[in-house]
Design a protein around this ligand. Structure first.
Ligand code: AN7
Length: 378
């Protein structure tokens, strides 16, 4: 029986005409994408500039991060090529997403994670979704190096963002932003780790403007979808990428051997999409910058406490960065700004509880005590 025509069937169905996928291919989907674009009016008011800020809340994807956009494409492609197993290195979210799509497709999934440096929620996802979790005594970059080797010695398909289908799926977030706003934003602010997502957004914004990005080696497949696509809008945003200070190779200008940050999702020293990300920033007239862990955590808190939007630390860096750049005048007043909140706050409950300042009032189980607690805190 066909699904009802009103059912949202995921981003491949929605944007099929712009994706490299054959019509007969069986799609592996969890109905990812179509995430909310949430106005951050309290935040804009607090900054005091005449700006409109929207958050693309990618934590609302089925496994709680933007990775699902790329994973539906990568796993669909891998299965269509006959793969029976996939593999990835991960700081957490990629493993959670890969495990979910592999479960859905009925294939094996191997994930390499850095020992002790992955948020609890992500580990729980990878484990219960039946992937083989391989914890290495090393960091993400070590894992990435080993995964690339494994693909040459074992029948496993890599689903990290070096897989071009990943970026093709992830570019749809930019499409959705333009579709909802009716135009491209003036600035798009985004966290940068392995640098796939900033590259994918640039491809998406460029395609919608009818422009092929100069460095388009990200999975264009002329067989199923080739330029020129019809333009939907005439402009592209300035792309701004933010990194954690202890893990900021794009600021240093070279890989970092021992990256460190509380935002474990972006604890990456040797980004694989180095050239693509630089191309996105240069072509768009944008920039990279870094923020300290304290600034990242403060932004996570502010966003949760003043907008009710709970994202993970790595995502909050986009808000921390855009507020600072607005204050400094790098982002012009009057602008339309979008930012990507890449993952849900529930991914990393430990960090949230630790930094919420023990906001709990303990009282005996009687109504007088509770009443006092209420009146004291009104
Ligand atoms: C929440 O899961 O690399 O710059 O292995 O989980 O495209 O790498 C995660 C990356 C930002 C950075 N925000 O995106 C992984 C992994 C969150 C993330 C990033 C990640 P890229």
């Amino acid at each position: 029986m066909n699904p009802p025509s009103t059912l949202y069937q995921g981003l491949i169905e929605r944007y099929r005409a712009r994706l490299p996928i054959a019509s007969q291919t069986k799609v592996i989907t969890l109905c990812e994408g179509n995430t909310a674009l949430i106005p951050l009016d309290n935040l804009a008011r607090a900054v005091g500039h005449d700006v409109k800020i929207y958050a693309k809340f990618e934590g609302l994807n089925p496994t709680g991060s933007f990775k699902d956009r790329g994973m539906t494409m990568a796993v669909t492609q891998a299965v269509s090529e006959g793969s029976r197993a996939i593999i990835c290195a991960s700081t957490g979210n990629t493993s959670a997403s890969a495990a979910a799509y592999a479960a859905r497709a009925g294939i094996r999934c191997f994930v390499l994670i850095p020992e002790g440096k992955i948020a609890l929620g992500k580990l729980a996802q990878a484990m219960i979704q039946g992937s083989v979790v391989i914890q290495i005594k090393g960091n993400f970059d070590d894992g990435m190096r080993i995964v690339k080797e494994m693909a040459t010695v074992a029948p496993v398909a890599i689903v990290n963002s070096i897989n071009p289908y990943r970026l093709q799926g992830q570019k749809t977030a930019a499409f959705e932003i333009v579709d909802v706003l009716g135009r491209a934003p003036d600035y798009h602010c985004i966290p940068v780790g392995n640098a796939g997502n900033i590259s994918a957004y640039w491809v998406g914004f460029s395609e919608y403007a009818g422009v092929q990005p100069k460095t388009a080696a990200c999975g264009y497949c002329t067989e199923y979808c080739a330029f020129p696509f019809p333009a939907v809008t005439s402009t592209r945003p300035v792309m701004v990428g933010y990194q954690a200070a202890g893990s900021a190779p794009f600021i240093a200008g070279h890989p970092i051997a021992e990256p460190e940050t509380v935002a474990t999702a972006i604890r990456i020293g040797n980004p694989q999409s180095w050239d693509l990300a630089w191309a996105a920033v240069r072509e768009s007239g944008g920039w990279f910058d870094s923020l300290t862990d304290a600034e990242i955590l403060a932004a996570q808190r502010t966003l949760a406490a003043t907008e009710g939007v709970f994202c993970e630390p790595a995502s909050a860096i986009a808000v921390a960065g855009l507020v600072r750049d607005l204050t400094r005048g790098k982002i012009r007043p009057g602008s339309l700004i979008t930012c990507t909140l890449t993952g849900h706050g529930l991914k990393d409950p430990d960090t949230a509880i630790k930094q919420s300042g023990g906001g709990m009032v303990e009282v005996p189980a009687d109504s007088d005590a509770v009443k006092r607690a209420i009146l004291d805190n009104l």
